[in-house]
Ligand binder design. Structure first.
Ligand code: SF4
Ligand code: SF4
Length: 388
């Protein structure tokens, strides 16, 4: 479907989308240039500043696997910001699993970020310190422990990857910022906010606190199906950006044919007035007349119906227990594929996975259906299946 929407009444910052049919260097550089120009991004935003680039480096994957932000997109964004006169550019993320210098080196190398640093001269973060930052306009979380590069930056640019997500529906601008939480403190937050809506509300608190000045989404090749790591690559052919990550996600939600109810971070952002309820109220700058709806985009198998909001409060815990244990799909270990690496056990918030005879085993009684194990398995040996 060809579509171009431009409203003059939107009170929210605009979203720009431009064509980029491949990761060829000159083509991406031109597309990034056009994105910045469409959004009227001024050099003054970066001039003399310490800029943090926050890509999605979920795990040790090659760029062509579409799990991580493509290095060519990151490089072109850095080059633009360098020309704008940034004082220093640091590239940092806290991937899933341990947050250690050796783990970071290994992921930077696999994801192509080492080459980005060599070509651009940006600093690859290897510091693993963190500290408490008070939340801005919180609904749930009064403060967050954030990695040092986030705390020290003057401005933050989030460069994510368009992917589906087994727990949150969409891995967009808001979810990309979960990587500002150090290492294994991420599973702790999953454990603290076991209800999906509460977890997503926490993510919105986090996004308001980190407050990136610009969010860019690499959707040249995206991930559909069981994202953010177990899905399949889809050539979508564009880059999308906005200064407002909530509006960007509201748009992405429509783009991949999901409703805000299926993406609780978006439903929460709408409720807080951070983005409009109706996509007609978004201002979309689409000079290439790209599709704004991909009807056949494959969704995660973990999609569940959460109807606990419609029952009396005293019944909600029971309804949530039923939804989690009887209605939610569960993670299943493929023992043929499992190599016993223990990454799933390391990331499991309630520690309900054990490795026995070099194979992972799940005790379902305590499983909170967060799908962190599925997300972190390096060999895709955890499937999400049916009802228990
Ligand atoms: S087994 Fe997997 S889905 Fe269940 S709690 Fe552990 S990490 Fe989450
Ligand atoms: S299921 Fe995956 S992450 Fe867990 S031990 Fe096996 S290979 Fe490693």
């Amino acid at each position: 479907m060809q579509n171009q929407m431009k409203s003059s009444i939107s009170s929210f910052p605009p979203i720009a989308m431009v064509k980029a049919s491949s990761y060829e260097e000159a083509l991406i550089a031109k597309a990034v240039e056009r994105l910045f120009s469409e959004l009227s991004i001024s050099s003054a935003l970066f001039e003399g500043k310490k800029v943090l680039i926050k890509p999605n480096l979920l795990m040790r994957r090659r760029p062509e696997e579409a799990t991580t932000t493509h290095p060519q997109v990151v490089l072109s964004v850095i080059e633009w910001i360098k020309r704008a006169g940034a004082a220093e550019i640091v590239l940092a993320d806290s991937p899933g699993g341990l947050y250690t210098p050796s783990q970071l080196r290994s992921i930077y190398s696999a994801c192509g970020m080492e080459d980005v640093a060599k070509k651009s001269g940006c600093v690859l973060n290897l510091e693993t310190g963190s500290g408490t930052v008070p939340s801005k306009n919180p609904k749930l979380c009064q403060d967050f422990n954030l990695i040092d590069p986030v705390r020290k930056a003057d401005v933050i640019v989030s460069v994510g990857k368009l992917k589906t997500h087994c727990m949150t529906g969409l891995s967009g601008g808001v979810k990309n910022l979960f990587g500002c939480i150090p290492g294994l403190q991420k599973p702790q937050l999953h454990y603290r906010y076991q209800n999906k809506r509460e977890f997503c509300s926490m993510l919105v608190d986090l996004a308001q606190t980190v407050a990136p000045v610009l969010t860019i989404m690499d959707a040249v090749e995206s991930m559909e199906g069981n994202g953010p790591s177990g899905g399949s690559v889809r050539k979508t052919g564009f880059l999308i950006a906005s200064q407002n990550p909530f509006c960007l996600d509201r748009f992405l939600c429509d783009l991949i044919a999901m409703t805000p109810q299926q993406v609780p971070t978006v439903a929460e952002s709408i409720q807080r007035g951070l983005c409009p309820e109706k996509s007609e109220d978004l201002l979309i700058l689409n000079p290439d007349a790209l599709p704004t709806l991909l009807r056949d985009y494959r969704h995660p198998q973990s999609k569940t119906i959460d109807f606990s909001g419609n029952v009396p409060s005293f019944l909600q815990p029971a309804v949530r227990w039923t939804a989690r244990h009887l209605l939610s799909p569960k993670p299943i270990i493929d023992t043929q594929k499992c190599i016993g690496c223990g990454k799933c056990a390391e990331s499991c918030p309630p520690h309900t996975i054990h490795i026995q005879n070099r194979k992972a085993q799940i005790q379902y009684k305590n499983c909170i259906r967060c799908y962190c194990c599925h997300e972190m398995c390096p060999v895709k040996a955890i499937h999400i299946k049916g009802r228990s």
